[in-house]
Design a protein around this ligand. Structure first.
Ligand code: GAL
Length: 503
């Protein structure tokens, strides 16, 4: 099944080349990749420059052993600080202390595990860690990456020689690498890491698969930090100083302004996940994970997988939440409202938020985020949830819905531990999997197929219903927590208003 998936990606990429990289209309992705958001792991958030072959391959093995590959996390991405200058012929020289067998070896080992290989460089004269980078050397480096068997390129923005400041200048600089990757003939997912500089959401869809839309995430839910000077409230959210130490709420606030720009094949990238790194509470990590999935951000784990704790595992590995991220109708949830609340400490945003998204099968998913400082009940009217569907009150709001809690079947710590230590029973067949509520394997059935089949693991747990024109209530949403609900039309109760309309 895995090889079928990659064959499909290859042939789509071929189609992309035939129709021309600047003509995405037919296929929704300029190169056929990232049709749904990429999933994987990147070392940066947990390890920074401390990279090595052992780290990559040890992590890769664990990703396979604990079922994360089978949940879809298949790109293993090596970030900055891996090189040792260049050879006399101009090609990148690996740091052989960190990677004694070079990168083709790493790539072969990853591929043998059924994983894909991600690499990093910068559209600048140096990477952010001041290693050699690719500006002006795009053709050479793209070919080197292709020769190494690279499947994904994260392409940073440091030391860009001042070639930024207008969309046109940034576009030209990033397009050079896009063209160079295409010229290799190898399908390589192109992830621009330009931190929102010059508004890539306005121009990157025809030449990249994803683009970072903020300065770097950090392991804090809401604490403001002057090193992340932009808040998202800048006009048009255009920000010249993206920075780093951007909190989860900071990035959500920026994302709210540009949700319309996410699509199949080309997504806003909210940065790698911090789940598991220890700086947030469990509730905060649930909110972080919920919002990254609802927003169709690529899902790149950013923690030490070799020592993952059960509670982080059960957040990263919840199939009902991952199916939301991988929904075939790729779009980002829209923020319907944000209200200030009184309960707030000095580091708190002190607000509550409703986000909503329509799924491929016409279900809706909502996130009620409690960014206040105390536990509370939260309410969302159907009129607000379905605001986008038109009319003063949309037809969707005038019918009944069943409510499914996407976190209700979160795996308990005992089950997660048994998976992490290798004692859990394997999923033995599709029928076995369709009887499970907490586990999934995309090599047996894709999320799209599972959603069509109403697989219980992908829908969480039904917790109630809401009548036409009614209000969804989430009880006891924790401080900094979230209620992540999938609403399924139950065919009940066209409202009187509706019945009268039809007479
Ligand atoms: C930053 C980038 C990070 C990481 C780092 C490496 O610019 O946003 O995600 O790649 O560089 O130095």
């Amino acid at each position: 099944m895995y090889s079928q998936v990659s064959t499909a990606a290859w042939s789509l990429a071929l189609v992309a080349q035939l129709v021309g990289a600047d003509n995405p209309g037919q296929i929704g992705s300029y190169n056929g990749l990232a049709v749904t958001p990429a999933m994987g792991w990147d070392n940066w958030n947990a390890f920074g420059c401390d990279v090595s072959e052992d780290l990559l391959l040890g992590t890769a093995q664990k990703i396979v052993d604990v079922g994360l590959r089978d949940l879809g996390y298949n790109y293993v991405i090596l970030d900055d600080c891996y090189s040792d200058g260049r050879y006399p012929n101009g090609t990148i020289k690996p740091n052989f202390q960190k990677f004694p067998n070079g990168f083709k070896h790493v790539s072969d080992r990853l591929h043998a595990l059924g994983l894909k290989y991600g690499m990093y460089s910068s559209a600048g004269y140096l990477t952010c860690g001041r290693y050699t980078a690719s500006l002006g050397r795009e053709m050479t480096d793209a070919q080197t990456f292709a020769d190494w068997g690279v499947d994904f390129l994260k392409y940073d923005n440091c030391y860009n020689g001042g070639q930024s400041g207008t969309a046109q200048i940034s576009y030209t600089r990033y397009k050079a690498m896009s063209d160079a990757l295409n010229a290799t003939g190898r399908p390589i997912l192109y992830n621009m890491c330009s931190w929102g500089d010059d508004g890539p959401w306005n121009w990157a869809q025809t030449m990249a698969n994803s683009w970072r839309m903020s300065g770097d995430v950090y392991d804090s839910f809401s604490r403001p930090d002057e090193r992340c000077p932009c808040t998202g409230d800048e006009p048009g959210y255009l920000c010249a100083l993206p920075g780093f130490h951007c909190s989860i709420l900071n990035i959500m606030n920026k994302m709210a302004k540009i949700v319309s720009k996410t699509q199949t094949g080309a997504q806003n990238d909210m940065d790698a996940l911090e789940v598991g790194n220890g700086g947030m509470t469990d509730d905060e990590y649930l909110t972080h994970m919920s919002m990254w999935t609802l927003e169709a951000s690529q899902l790149v784990m950013g923690t030490d997988i070799r020592s993952l704790d059960p509670s982080a595992y059960s957040i990263l590995a919840n199939p009902a939440v991952l199916a939301l991220n991988q929904d075939p109708a790729v779009s980002a949830g829209a923020r319907r409202w944000i209200h200030q609340v009184a309960d707030k400490d000095e580091n708190d945003a002190g607000n509550i938020q409703l986000w909503a998204r329509t799924m491929n099968n016409t279900d809706a998913v909502i996130a009620l985020v409690n960014a206040g400082n105390t536990l509370r009940d939260m309410n969302a009217t159907l009129a607000d949830i379905f605001f986008d569907q038109g009319g003063v009150i949309s037809p969707q709001a005038r019918q009944g819905w069943d409510i499914y809690d996407l976190w209700a079947n979160r795996m308990d710590n005992e089950t997660a531990s048994s998976i992490l230590n290798g004692t859990a029973p394997a999923i033995i067949s599709v029928d076995d999997m369709l009887n499970q509520t907490t586990r999934w394997n995309v090599s047996m059935m894709s999320y799209a197929e599972g959603l069509n089949a109403n697989a219980s693991a992908l829908f969480g747990k039904m917790i109630g219903s809401v009548d036409a024109l009614g209000t969804v209530t989430a009880k006891n949403v924790s401080r900094h927590g979230v209620a992540l609900y999938r609403l399924r039309a139950n065919g009940k109760g066209m409202s009187k208003l509706d019945a009268r309309d039809e007479l």
